[in-house]
Each structure stands twice: as structure tokens, then as C-alpha cells.
Write a protein that binds this ligand. Structure first.
Ligand code: FMN
Length: 394
């Protein structure tokens, strides 16, 4: 029996991923920053919201499909950009993208991915989004935008919440940092996980050499390793709204900003012609005092109305989380870790399993709350103070 057969939800996939991956890789995926308060709050925010069961409604015709930016997707979920899928599984991004395409949900490729845009576009093309980190040398970012355009990517997502490197102290302890600076502990860790070593690292080494950030522009497309010069090149702490105006000019497709967590920023995004905002605290990985995204969502969604499409990520592990986010105004959620755990356990099959669990849980939540369509998920399904029961302390 494969490891996947023993998994019944995303948390089981997490446990299986923990066993399969070297500790350094697992913690890079699973953990967050500093004291991991934001990580816990993201989950607590969802768990705090209680729903009401609606009885005696015929829900036999229910469907999880919905429309996002004018096109149908099979459920209000997309894959978030993660720079680590290619370390969880050989060409993990491609596996994840294939699972997303088959499930008919959008896939986001990260700037830091280990699989190229060209390969993803050729082999897993459903709805492809490209996530951009904006580097100090803006021309390098503009090159990436051009490449994404030429490869038919539908959307550009500019990440706005990672302008300085976060404190992820465990990575340093584990000797696991990107770029790589392996220490003795990390080497021993890899030796204790021979299956991962053979099926991931050796596969890269016998084909392309050490894994590389395949989407970095030349001359920076090199093996993941420590290079002090890179920090200066990749520095992004001068990112500002003028950049957004330039991106809007350069990108004719759907433009989204990721990490917009305040009403005033959301309103500003509208005035800059942005199509979508992703309420996100990067899965709690950057600022540890960040509020839970599900707590920030209602006031943002209410303030922007239909003027911009609101999406949300950070903490989604169950289908009921999607129902709650949709009820509070998100058109779609993105999953980072949930689908990465699946990828780490079984490549495409594992990612598909994660999506399947979440879809089935969403379907059941819709049935229990008496909803036949995604559009019927409103705060009416909530128990208690409906608008505000996700707020801190409520
Ligand atoms: C291992 C890992 C790598 C990530 N890499 C990126 C990245 O390169 N760019 C980005 O915008 N977000 C990145 N993120 C953040 C995700 O896009 C997303 O915001 C977050 O994972 C959502 O929280 P969740 O993991 O609880 O679903 C990463 C997240 C993880 C877990």
C-alpha cells in the first residue's frame, strides 16, 4: 500500500511528508517565522467561525464550480506560488501544475521555482499564473514579465509582502537556507532520508546538475547556493506604487497584488487598475505579528465591493475554510502548504489527493449548510454575529 492510501486529509499528508522529507526541507515548507504566532492564528481564525446546519433542503444538484475572472473553474481554489515544490519532489512544480490542470483549478508558478515557465506552459496548461518578486534591478523583473507573456500565462501576481528577508531561525539551525549553505547537520539529515536523496536530489544531479532557479534571468540562473551578490540583486525594499503603474502598463492580462491586507491599500490597488488582490500573510511566514487573513478579509471585501476581485490565502487546510472565506467575500482561495504536503508524498498523485480532500470537504460543507452553489455561500451560513464572528476576540 502506498503512503497516500493511508492519508484521509491534509493533516495526514503533512505527517507523511514529515516522514519522507529531510527535516531541513520539511521545516522550510511547514514552519513559519519567529514564534510562529501568525501560523497558529491563521488556523485559529478559521476554526473560530462556526456554521449552522440547514435541514430539509434538496442539495442533490449542488456543484462546487464557479467563475473567476470571467472563466469557469471547478472550485474556488487555486495553487499558491511556492518556491519549494521542486525540492519536495523531482520537478514538483510540474507535478503540482499537472494536478491543478486535471482538477481544473489555476496554478501559480513562483519566481523561485525549479521548473521553467516554458516547461509548465508546454505540459500543464490550464490557467497559469506567474508570481513575481520584484528585484532591485527592475529590468530583470521586466524580462520575467515578458517571458510569462510569451508563454501564455493568464495572470501576473506581484508579491508585495516580502520586501525584507524574514527571520526563519530554524532554517539556519537546520543548515537549510535558500540559496543553499549546507552544514554538517543538513548533510546528515539528507543521509537519513535516502529515498528523498535518490528520487529528488540524485535525479536533478544526473540530469541538470544541482537544482536551479529555472526562471531567474541569466546570468543568475545558477545552482541554489550561497552567493552574497544575490542579496543586493534581489533586494526589493524600494518596491512602491509607481512600480504597480509600470506593471499595469507592461502586463495586458490579469494583474493581482499578493499581500494586500489593508482597506486603504486595497482601494489604492483599484485606482491603479489592478484586477485582483490576494489577502495574504504569506502563510504566516514573514511578519509574525500579522493578523489572520480570515480576520482581515471582511472589512476589505466590504470596502471594495465588486470593484476588484478579492482572493485569500494563509491557513487553508479544509474545504470548510473555503466556504468561510467565500462567505466573507473571497472569490477564491489559494493553498500553499496543503498541496505541497501532497506533492511531497506522491508528486502529481499526492497533489491531486490534497485537492480531492479539500473539494470533498467543501462539497459536504455546502450540503450541510443547504447550499447548491458557491454563490449561495454567504454569511447566512454562520452561527452568531455573522459579519464579525471571525474577528479577533469575538
Ligand atoms: C514553502 C513555501 C514557499 C513559498 N514561496 C513563495 C514564493 O516564492 N512567492 C510567494 O509569493 N509566496 C510564497 N509562499 C507563500 C504562499 O504563496 C502562500 O501565500 C502561503 O503558503 C499560504 O499559506 P498556507 O501555506 O497556509 O496555505 C510560499 C509558501 C511556502 C509554504
Amino acid at each position: 500500500m502506498s503512503r497516500l492510501d493511508d492519508c484521509y486529509n491534509v493533516f495526514d499528508l503533512r505527517d507523511a511528508a514529515k516522514r519522507r522529507l529531510p527535516k531541513g526541507v520539511f521545516e522550510f515548507v511547514d514552519r513559519s517565522t519567529e514564534d510562529e504566532v501568525a501560523l497558529r492564528n491563521n488556523r485559529a481564525g478559521f476554526e473560530r467561525i462556526k456554521l449552522r446546519h440547514r435541514s430539509l433542503v434538496d442539495v442533490s444538484g449542488r456543484a462546487t464550480k464557479t467563475t473567476l475572472f470571467g472563466k469557469e473553474i471547478s472550485m474556488p481554489m487555486a495553487i499558491a506560488p511556492t518556491g519549494a515544490a521542486g525540492l519536495c519532489w523531482h520537478e514538483g512544480e510540474l507535478e503540482l501544475a499537472k494536478a491543478a490542470a486535471k482538477a481544473r483549478i489555476p496554478f501559480t508558478l513562483a519566481t523561485g521555482a525549479m521548473t521553467s515557465m516554458e516547461k509548465i506552459a508546454n505540459e500543464a496548461n490550464f490557467r497559469l499564473w506567474f508570481q513575481l518578486y520584484v528585484w532591485k534591478q527592475r529590468d530583470l523583473s521586466y524580462q520575467l514579465i515578458e517571458r510569462a507573456k510569451n508563454n501564455g500565462f493568464e495572470a501576473l501576481i506581484v508579491t508585495t509582502d516580502t520586501i525584507v528577508p524574514p527571520n526563519r531561525e530554524y532554517n539556519a539551525r537546520n543548515g537549510f537556507n535558500i540559496p543553499f549553505k549546507p552544514n554538517l547537520r543538513f548533510t546528515l539529515d539528507i543521509m537519513r532520508h535516502p529515498e528523498w536523496f535518490l528520487n529528488v536530489l540524485v535525479k536533478y544531479m544526473t540530469t541538470i546538475g544541482m537544482p536551479r532557479n529555472e526562471n531567474y534571468p541569466e546570468p543568475y540562473r545558477r545552482a541554489l547556493r550561497q552567493d552574497p551578490k544575490m542579496y543586493e540583486v534581489m533586494r526589493q525594499d524600494n518596491l512602491n506604487w509607481e512600480d504597480v503603474a509600470i506593471f499595469r502598463d507592461k502586463w495586458p492580462g490579469i494583474l493581482m497584488l499578493k499581500g494586500i491586507n489593508r482597506v486603504d491599500d486595497a482601494l489604492k490597488a483599484i485606482s491603479y487598475g489592478v484586477d485582483g488582490i490576494i489577502v495574504s500573510n504569506h502563510g504566516g511566514r514573514n511578519m509574525d505579528s500579522a493578523a489572520a487573513t480570515i480576520d482581515m478579509l471582511p472589512e476589505i471585501a466590504q470596502a471594495v465591493g465588486d470593484k476588484i476581485t478579492v482572493l485569500l490565502d494563509s491557513g487553508v487546510r479544509r474545504g470548510s475554510d473555503i466556504a468561510k472565506a467565500v462567505a466573507l467575500g473571497a472569490k477564491c482561495v489559494l493553498t500553499g502548504r496543503a498541496t505541497l504536503y501532497g506533492t511531497a508524498v506522491g508528486g502529481e498523485a499526492g497533489a491531486a489527493k490534497a485537492v480531492g480532500f479539500i473539494r470533498s470537504e467543501l462539497d459536504k460543507t455546502m450540503a450541510y449548510t443547504g447550499c447548491n452553489s458557491i454563490e449561495e455561500l454567504t454569511t447566512d451560513i454562520f452561527f452568531g454575529d455573522r459579519e464579525r464572528n471571525s474577528m479577533v476576540g469575538a
